[in-house]
Design a binder for this molecule. Structure first.
Ligand code: PAF
Length: 282
């Protein structure tokens, strides 16, 4: 496995790989790799000849009072996991390499990213689209794999790829969960045991919502949102940021009626200073 820090070196290498006819699979990450990331690597390995994992904690997607400075880092462990999983190249540039002095260009998708996390994290998706477009230009992937846990991020990236005619296929891997049901996330390591117990109300509420729609045929948005809010309120430390039923591609709010297969329910909540998100298909 190769590790590359230089943008120029990564880009020339990717161009050479592509011209030799190899299919490149990219898994963009911010490191601190967990089972969710590893499952995305597996998908990339199945579909591509060469797998590149990028590890870069992207400052432009963090707001002023967010956790950029304390975002967990574990490069040596990450490299070990990538090696074990059969990754070909880890691209881990520095912030100066990605955003040199005087950097001033940003890419912004203006619809799909405007609701949900776009409200409570202004500029977050602008940072995500900017870094992903840069990573696509540097690593030239045929496919890029993202996780469904970040449903709105997936939808924003898919929209950017369509709008800007980027020649990469976006593949979405399903959400990986711990045995207790909590969606895997690098931020889970901030949680104390008690907070983790309380955080389990998120997947629990989502499963109740899914059963209401899929098993009991409930189609009222208000009823399902009320049930989720009720379930979340049983956890005293959970502070809800949003509970919303939206179209899985456009992220438009569902209106009054749920359309199974088209709509997903998304939740975001604080547990003390840890922001968690999750979603489920209805
Ligand atoms: O999902 C993430 O880890 C990040 O948002 C991404 C896609 C690697 C961009 O920095």
């Amino acid at each position: 496995m190769q590790t590359i820090q230089s943008v120029n070196e990564m880009q020339s290498h990717a161009i050479a790989l592509r011209s030799s006819g190899r299919l490149i699979g990219l898994v963009p990450t911010m490191g601190c790799l967990h089972e969710g990331h590893l499952s995305l690597i597996d998908i990339a390995k199945e579909r591509a000849d060469k797998v590149i994992v990028s590890i870069f904690v992207n400052p432009t997607q963090f707001g002023l009072n967010e956790d950029f400075d304390r975002y967990p880092k574990s490069l040596q462990e990450d490299l070990e996991k990538c090696r074990e999983r059969g990754v070909d190249i880890v691209f881990n540039p520095s912030v100066d390499e990605m955003y040199p002095q005087g950097y001033s260009t940003y890419v912004s998708e203006e619809q799909v990213g405007s609701g949900l996390c776009g409200i409570s994290r202004p500029n977050h998706f602008r940072g995500v689209t900017t870094v992903c477009l840069k990573l696509f230009n540097i690593t030239r992937p045929d496919i890029a794999v993202f996780g469904q846990k970040d449903a709105q991020q997936c939808a924003v990236i898919q929209k950017m790829v369509a709008d800007l005619n980027i020649p990469a296929q976006i593949v979405i891997g399903e959400t990986k969960r711990g045995e207790d049901g909590l969606a895997t996330s690098s931020r889970n390591r901030y949680l104390t045991n008690t907070q983790r117990d309380e955080a389990l109300t998120l997947p629990k509420a989502l499963q109740i919502a899914q059963r209401m729609v899929q098993d009991d045929g409930v189609s009222s948005v208000d009823r399902v949102v009320a049930e989720i809010t009720h379930t979340l309120s049983s956890a005293r430390q959970v502070r809800v940021i949003y509970v919303e039923i939206v179209d899985r591609l456009t992220m438009e709010p569902a209106g009054r009626e749920i359309i199974p297969g088209q709509h997903i329910v998304c939740v975001a909540a604080w547990l003390d200073q840890t922001r968690l998100i999750d979603n489920i298909a209805l």
